[in-house]
Design a protein around this ligand. Structure first.
Ligand code: PLP
Length: 495
């Protein structure tokens, strides 16, 4: 299995190199040279456990590993780390089926892939780069950071540096990150928003001088963001698995199409569903839900991607993103692998903050529906879902549900629908309490969690409960202009 850049660079690497490198030298994203021409045998797979589905999918994309190696990676990734036996629960709520993706060690869906990535990376690195130290750089809108820290902490041969926007993550998200222990972890707050952090990290990747200096010191950068193909592939698994759960429960017959609703930020999660469709997952519509940072909604409705606008700080902070990196892989798809088109679109995004697709691309984009939801409607959705169905959603999932409701109102579509539920409501207790009408001024985060628990009886995930005994260790908040300087200091590189 070989990978190349979305932007037409001639560099071709195997899957292990793609995982270890994270991003292409030309700034493009790794995509398969030939997308696997595989149609999954869903009938056969309906009996599979989650981990068996995971092995099947990983084997397709990481063919440089043996089946046995893949099985070890999957076992080591998932065993004993999730609070529900099959890793995800598929739960009916209102008119949708929620894929609860937040039962992992940090209570967000990022755990589904970031439990796997460290193992993939270590095994890949052993095969290709010998004893080189890998330095993982991660920009986070809130959830990736903690999930990556948890996955990589105290792993030999790897250092991890996380950058979070100093304003724009929830209290709980921040404490999760700044309290991270481990001898190889570093966490910085960045004065700025997620896009600033993400851009700064991408600039480090394409900084040739720094890359060479790293190489001289026997180190190399990699990424734990969803631009890493090793993040994306494990996310395909739960769409296939959940679909098969609906079949097994006789909600649908094998082969029936479903809708897939995803609260989107960097466009990684929904892209994984799209890759799933290419492997044979029957999908009617991909519903891309945004908060008021609705660049994606506008993109699907007009064909113009335009980040020239102010970023709103919303109650669904993990989606406060104006540059959705993985959309680049989608552009590559809808343009029939037209690298020149992708390259020029990305150049114009860099230069003018916008780009436009062609009419023939718009035709292909009809498979997607884009919608958005503001904070007020998000809170109302949480309240109505809880009052009517006793089902508790976090703010991101509520955005998804509201956009799904709008879609149904607009189209009358009755297709059974899977909704990605991306975080535990307890990560966003303040907003969820406000939605339910039980918020009181002056409560600490712990008290709010307790209040939410008293009101709903939904149990507090252990990792979040234990935060009340944790202390902040990482107190650095830096300006984005000093990222490289600080990084060099941390890595003990010369000036
Ligand atoms: C990361 C995240 C998202 C957005 O997912 P993308 O793959 O970046 O589109 C949505 N909800 C939550 C809770 C997240 O952590």
């Amino acid at each position: 299995m070989l990978y190349k850049s979305t932007r037409g660079n001639t560099e071709v690497v195997n899957s292990q190199q793609a995982v270890v490198k994270g991003l292409c030298d030309d700034g493009g994203l790794f995509v398969p040279v030939d997308f696997p021409n595989v149609k999954l045998d869903l009938d056969e797979m309906s009996k599979y456990s989650y981990k068996e589905v995971a092995c099947k999918i990983l084997e397709i994309f990481f063919g440089d590993f043996s089946k046995e190696e893949i099985k070890n990676i999957v076992d080591n990734s998932y065993d004993g780390k999730f609070s529900c036996e099959e890793l995800v629960d598929v739960v009916k709520g209102g008119d949708g089926f929620f894929i609860e993706l937040y039962h992992g060690p940090t209570s967000a869906f990022k755990d589904m892939a970031l439990s796997v990535l460290p193992h993939l990376m270590i095994e890949s690195s052993k095969k290709i780069s010998g004893d080189k130290e890998i330095v993982i750089l991660t920009a986070t809108s809130g959830d990736t950071g903690k999930a990556a820290l948890e996955g990589f902490s105290n792993v030999d041969g790897i250092k991890i540096v996380v950058y979070y926007p100093s304003e724009g993550v929830s209290q709980t998200q921040r404490l999760q990150m700044v309290s991270q222990e481990g001898n190889n972890v570093k966490v910085y707050g960045i004065n700025g928003n997620f896009d600033d952090a993400q851009r700064a990290v991408k600039e480090i990747f394409v900084n040739k001088e720094l890359r060479e200096e790293m190489a001289q010191n026997n180190k190399a950068f990699s990424s734990a963001n969803s631009i890493n193909i090793g993040r994306l592939v494990p996310q395909i698994v739960y769409y296939i698995y959940s679909y098969l759960q609906l079949v097994n429960r006789k909600e649908i017959s094998l082969g029936d199409k479903v809708n897939v609703v995803v609260p989107c930020g960097n466009f990684g999660n929904i892209l994984a569903a799209y890759y799933g469709e290419k492997l044979g997952l029957p999908v009617n519509k991909f519903i891309c839900a945004s908060n008021t940072n609705k660049v994606l909604t506008d993109f699907f409705n007009t064909g113009v991607y335009d980040r020239n606008r102010d970023m709103d700080i919303t109650i669904s902070p993990s989606m406060d993103i104006l540059v959705s990196s993985n959309l680049e892989r989608y552009l590559y798809e809808i343009s029939d692998n037209d690298e020149n088109f992708v390259k020029s679109a990305m150049e114009s995004l860099q230069k003018d903050g916008r780009y436009e697709v062609r009419p023939e691309h718009m035709e292909k984009m009809k498979k997607f529906y884009g919608g958005f939801c503001n904070d007020e409607d998000t809170l109302t959705a949480i309240k109505e879902m809880y009052n009517n169905n006793k089902y508790l959603m976090d703010t991101h999932t509520a955005v998804a549900y509201k956009v799904y409701e709008d879609y149904v109102k607009e189209t009358g579509d009755k297709t059974k629908t899977l909704i990605a539920s991306t975080a535990s409501p307890y990560k966003f207790s303040e907003a969820v309490c406000k939605g339910l009408g039980i918020y009181e001024d002056g409560l600490t985060d712990d008290e709010m969690m307790d209040k939410l628990h008293e009101y709903t009886s939904v149990s507090i995930p252990k990792n979040l409960f234990e935060l009340r005994n944790k202390k902040a260790i990482h107190n650095d908040v830096i300006d984005k202009s000093t990222i490289i300087e600080n990084l060099k200091k941390y890595l003990e590189l010369g000036e």
